[in-house]
Ligand binder design. Sequence first.
Ligand SMILES: NC(=O)c1ccc[n+]([C@@H]2O[C@H](COP(=O)([O-])OP(=O)(O)OC[C@H]3O[C@@H](n4cnc5c(N)ncnc54)[C@H](O)[C@@H]3O)[C@@H](O)[C@H]2O)c1
Length: 321
Amino acid sequence: MKYLITGGAGFIGGHLAQLLLNDSVCEKVIVIDDLSTGSFDNLKLIADDPKLEVVISDITDPKCDLRKYVKEVDCIYHLAAAVGVELVVREPGRTIHTNVHGTENVLKAAVEFDKRIIVASTSEVYGKSNHEFFSENDDLLIGNPIHSRWSYACSKLLDEFYTLAYCKSHRLRGTVVRFFNTVGPRQTGQYGMVIPRFVKSALANKDIHVYGDGSQTRCFCHVFDTIRALKALADNKESFGGIYNIGSQRKISILELAELIIKELKSESKIKFIPYEEAYEAGFEDMMHRAPDTSKINELIRWRAEHSLEKIICDVAEAMK
Ligand SMILES: NC(=O)c1ccc[n+]([C@@H]2O[C@H](COP(=O)([O-])OP(=O)(O)OC[C@H]3O[C@@H](n4cnc5c(N)ncnc54)[C@H](O)[C@@H]3O)[C@@H](O)[C@H]2O)c1
């Protein structure tokens, strides 16, 4: 099998490339990445593997020879995107451009050469919906465009529509995966990811900044669990034309998360509450709760998140040290 990973020098992409290369059926992994939020560090452990080819290029750039690489492979993982709440709030135009035009380019090439493709979407598409566990069958409640954070959800949702449209009209062998917070070693807190940000502060015994009052809850999935699901989906025909949640079902409030990290890392950090408008922008809207219903992917490939939150914290801290 030959694979293409767009955004393969990113956090999830780097781990996925490593997992695929370790499999005896893997003949080649091509990574295309513009290194905007990704880094060679994410590929360091596999950099000498002769089966790895790294192409530094922007998938929205007409000069990027996407068609050539798509033609060469059997399966595409499309992970390249503008990612992270802070980055999205700061640069909504770039977010839309990358997530819509980049995906359009990759999908068109996949259609042209009839390739299997798995497209990364996000739990953000559930928006302000108010269910205990979000299901793929739910209606979605996206916020108002005056709040730039919704540019990420909307652009990813358009990617979903695009993928499913090509599945219908061109028999594209496409699958959409909606990741809920995915974390693990090497994820950077630079773009607003909460666990690496908290762990970094805890290791330095600095204040941990909790945005809002910390009562908002989230679920955190170890990247090793996430990439296990991605690998299993590669040749799963039943998933063609489908949408699947991938995430952990253990809920924790952000305040409890900060307390757990302090305890696990035996840190002397104190918790400091920062109003949303100070952390992001005036009128910033957050979802109070966000947890996945994962029964659909569980029925499909018998997948569920297995790593504990304590293990995630420990792995993130070890990698940072
Ligand atoms: N990590 C999470 O919790 C999470 C949650 C929901 C969805 N996702 C989705 O998963 C995918 C991977 O996210 P990640 O957490 O690994 O983030 P990441 O930022 O580490 O990875 C994204 C990669 O895409 C690359 N990229 C961005 N724009 C590009 C462009 N125009 N051309 C080529 N490469 C480009 C970046 O350099 C980076 O390496 C993204 O599509 C993201 O939206 C992630």
